[in-house]
Design a protein around this ligand. Structure first.
Ligand SMILES: Cc1cc2nc3c(=O)[nH]c(=O)nc-3n(C[C@H](O)[C@H](O)[C@H](O)COP(=O)(O)OP(=O)(O)OC[C@H]3O[C@@H](n4cnc5c(N)ncnc54)[C@H](O)[C@@H]3O)c2cc1C
Length: 489
């Protein structure tokens, strides 16, 4: 029986583990943290539970596929609930616009902002084309060999997906209202990038939300990770938590095994790394064994944005809050200049709040459970100085003074999760949420490949590789790599 070792138990590593175990491989997965699921995890403050990481779930069929392909019924592991009005977008002038996959309602909502129905139809048609191209040419590809890069079908597809137009320019083709453009531009942050730099291709993210819809998982989104863990165990995957891999052993361009923190060695035929490629690969493999991915090359890559997160438990349910809401900054362009050019926290931040207890009271029986997220710059090589308490208060103040949302009297517990903590907890390079940013055209399409160029049995899965960041994409990377390994044997 061929053996596979997986470093990291995030969604991508778990997907590979399940798929390979089902295909008959002997799989051992090592996770440094006490929990599996990586960035998708639960927090508890008082009686409130919070979903950290993925709050907005799209493409439920991708998660279901992991289970279904092993002959089991996904419904026995997790259940998705589609949200009607999925996101309420507030602007500084006091207006708001609800986003929904119900096209009739969405057109009415946009009409109030002066957007004709035909413009929205046109937009939906174009993003549907972009999505279809991405689904065919990018999602299933592992970029495991040079042939993948030179494939004529890929080149043809690339030219069709507006690689040279920015998201912002693309949106202005359809929408004349600045607030509407701002609302659609926010999709760039789903890949940790700037709408003024990242290619229009990524407007296909809007397709996922506005045509397929936004979902919540019963019992909280981390139920997906828990379902994956259960299925992995049923298929015989050996899962080790609190077990850090400290070295990958390489001999003649082949990974022979890994060394664990306690000094023990585990050999394998194939090795998958789910830990962040930009941080963990250079840490675990001596530079001499990875000439194609030197530290210098890594240092040139621009990390995606990080996040400053506040978890706040309230003692009441505020009537103005729904499941997802966004409170936009006054000057969106300046916010991205702060994040990417000046590498600093914005004093005029866009604030996202997820209140899953709106849909699921049991998540927080005594009041709202607010996951408050503000975009944060990736960490610098020097220490980023931010007074966490002061910035947290600043966010509460903006919500109160600009948006009349006074949380302070109702907060029973709160806790900040900073970019530094994201880096430390998940070994995320510079605290970045999605690996390399998509701000340069090259980095947007040529993310680090799923197979190491210098070590032929080492594969990469997860948000820092293909097809991209975001929870469904990392699951696809896990499945794609499992299929590739299976095909090679
Ligand atoms: C604040 C925040 C909000 C987000 N919002 C959304 C959202 O709304 N929707 C969405 O789809 N996505 C969202 N994401 C992104 C999503 O969480 C990630 O894309 C996804 O969870 C990443 O999964 P992964 O398997 O690639 O990596 P990870 O979850 O990072 O898993 C990698 C694992 O490897 C482990 N590891 C690393 N090095 C070692 C080692 N040496 N030994 C052993 N273990 C190791 C780490 O501990 C970690 O558990 C968000 C992320 C964050 C942080």
């Amino acid at each position: 029986m061929k053996s596979v070792v997986i470093i990291g138990g995030g969604l991508a590593g778990l997907s590979s583990a399940i798929s390979l175990a089902h295909k008959g491989f002997q799989v051992k997965l090592f996770e440094k943290n006490a929990h599996f699921g990586g960035k998708m995890r639960r927090y508890q403050l008082g009686t409130a539970t919070f979903d950290f990481g993925p709050n907005t779930i799209t493409m439920p069929e991708v998660f279901e596929r992991v289970i279904r392909e092993t002959g089991a019924d996904p419904k026995d592991y997790f259940a998705f609930k589609r949200l009607n009005t999925h996101t309420r977008n507030y602007f500084t002038d006091g207006t708001h616009l609800d986003m929904t996959a119900d096209q009739t309602v969405m057109k009415q909502n946009l009409a109030a902002f002066g957007i004709p129905r035909e413009s929205y139809d046109h937009y939906l048609r174009d993003i549907s084309t972009l999505y279809a191209l991405s689904k065919e040419h990018f999602f299933p590809r592992t970029f495991a060999s040079w042939k993948d890069y030179l494939s004529p079908s890929l080149t043809k597809a690339l030219l069709k997906v507006h690689p040279f137009t920015s998201l912002d320019t693309f949106h202005r083709k359809y929408f004349t209202n600045e607030k509407v453009v701002q609302m659609f531009n926010r999709y760039a942050t789903y890949i940790g990038s700037s709408p003024y730099l990242s290619p229009a291709t990524f407007s296909m993210i809007a397709y996922l939300e506005l045509i397929q819809g936004v979902y919540y998982v019963e019992g909280g989104n981390p139920s997906i990770a828990e379902g994956f863990v259960r299925r992995a165990k049923e298929l015989g995957v050996e899962l080790y938590s609190n077990t850090e891999v400290v070295q990958i052993q390489v001999s003649n361009k082949k990974a022979t095994g890994v060394e664990l923190a306690d000094g023990s060695q585990v050999s394998c035929d194939q090795l998958i790394m789910n830990g962040d490629l930009l941080q963990v690969y250079p840490e675990l493999v001596a530079e001499i064994d990875r000439p194609s991915f030197s530290n210098k090359k890594r240092d040139k890559l621009e990390p995606s944005i990080s996040a400053f997160v506040i978890l706040a438990a309230l003692n009441k349910r505020l009537p103005s809050l729904i499941h997802h809401q966004v409170y936009f900054s006054q000057k969106y362009h300046r916010e991205f200049e702060d994040l990417f050019k000046k590498r600093m926290y914005s004093d005029d931040p866009t604030i996202y709040i997820c209140n899953s207890s709106y849909t699921d009271h049991s998540a927080s029986p005594d009041g709202d459970n607010l996951f408050i997220l503000v975009n944060a710059p990736a960490l610098q090589d020097y220490e980023t100085t931010i007074d966490v308490e002061k910035y947290k208060q600043h966010i509460y103040n903006v919500l109160e003074t600009v948006y009349d949302l006074d949380l302070a009297p109702h907060i029973t517990h709160d806790q900040v999760i900073s970019p530094e903590q994201i880096q430390g907890d998940y070994y995320a390079y510079k605290g970045a949420l999605y690996g390399v940013s998509a701000n340069s055209k090259k980095d947007a399409f040529l993310r680090p490949a799923n197979r190491a160029k210098d070590i032929h049995n080492l594969f990469f899965v997860g948000g820092s590789t293909h097809p991209g960041g975001g929870s469904p994409m990392v699951v696809l990377s896990g499945l794609n790599v499992a299929n590739l390994i299976n095909k090679m044997m």
